[in-house]
Ligand binder design. Structure first.
Ligand SMILES: *Cc1c(COP(=O)(O)O)cnc(C)c1O
Length: 255
């Protein structure tokens, strides 16, 4: 049996995670000190009352990676009423035929998982139907830093090309940064996580080539097991699920 967390537990866990984020920030090198990481509370498979509990504790950014769940939760009457400033991050694999669905999400803030030029193009063309006039859709480019076949994301060597495409050909998109999931189960005692180093390197190369200031390009990396380590290495967006909402039963759906 999985023990359901109470709303008070969610609040308590969130506080602990926020404290850990703060502590990790202090351990960063001086040039990273001014970058404030965003904590994204990954609420997939978790009930609405847990989202509201975290919101009441001050949490604003939430992440979902199944389209249907995002649709249900973002349109939930109680969430719409009680969580007016909620900011949804989509962090799952986005298929072309689901683009309209994800773009109609109320309070959609950021799509972290743009993993092809084709998808960027489609989002760019579709956004005007959904966004307020002149608004840009925030996106991140997902990079497959571990080179694992089952992981989505573009190859590190392609990041510059796709970023250039977004900057030059997608006026309705704002390139917020780069995102990676990375290899699971890495022992943090083995030294700096190569996926995190790789994403950092991608940003450096991209900024050099395209003349961007690296401080304006976010890095989304780090989950429950390694968000502190990721922050130490310069993550500006950590996606934390189970450390806030408790254990998740594995989901086999491919949504
Ligand atoms: C589920 C998920 C997370 C959070 O995972 P935890 O280990 O529970 O913190 C982060 N990022 C993505 C893309 C996810 O799918």
């Amino acid at each position: 049996m999985i023990k359901r967390m109470a709303e008070a537990d969610v609040k308590e866990c969130l506080k602990l995670v926020l404290t850990s984020v703060k502590e990790a920030c202090k351990r960063r090198s001086p040039e990273l000190q001014e970058l404030q990481p965003t904590l994204v509370a990954v609420s997939k498979t978790k009930p609405v009352n847990h989202i509201i509990a975290a919101y009441e504790e001050g949490q604003r950014h939430f992440g979902e990676n199944y389209i249907q769940e995002l649709e249900e939760k973002s349109n939930n009457a109680e969430i719409l009423e009680k969580c007016k400033e909620i900011r949804w991050h989509f962090i799952g694999h986005l298929q072309s035929n689901k683009v309209n669905k994800v773009l109609s999400t109320p309070n959609l803030y950021l799509i972290e998982t743009v993993d092809s030029q084709k998808l960027a193009n489609l989002l760019n063309k579709s956004w005007p139907k959904f966004g307020t006039p002149e608004s840009k859709l925030k996106i991140m480019i997902q990079v497959n830093t571990s080179g694992e076949e089952e992981k989505n994301g573009i190859a590190p060597s392609e990041v510059c090309n796709v970023a250039k495409f977004v900057l030059e050909e997608c006026p309705n998109l704002h390139l917020e940064g780069l995102m990676t999931i990375g290899k699971f189960g890495r022992d943090p005692n083995e030294g700096p996580n190569p996926d995190f180093l790789c994403l950092r390197q991608c940003r450096e190369d991209m900024c050099k080539k395209l003349g961007l200031n690296w401080k304006t390009v976010e890095l989304s990396m780090g989950m429950s097991d390694d968000f502190e380590h990721a922050i130490e290495l310069g993550s500006t967006n950590v996606r934390v699920g189970s450390k806030i909402f408790g254990f998740r039963a594995p989901k086999t759906a491919t949504a």
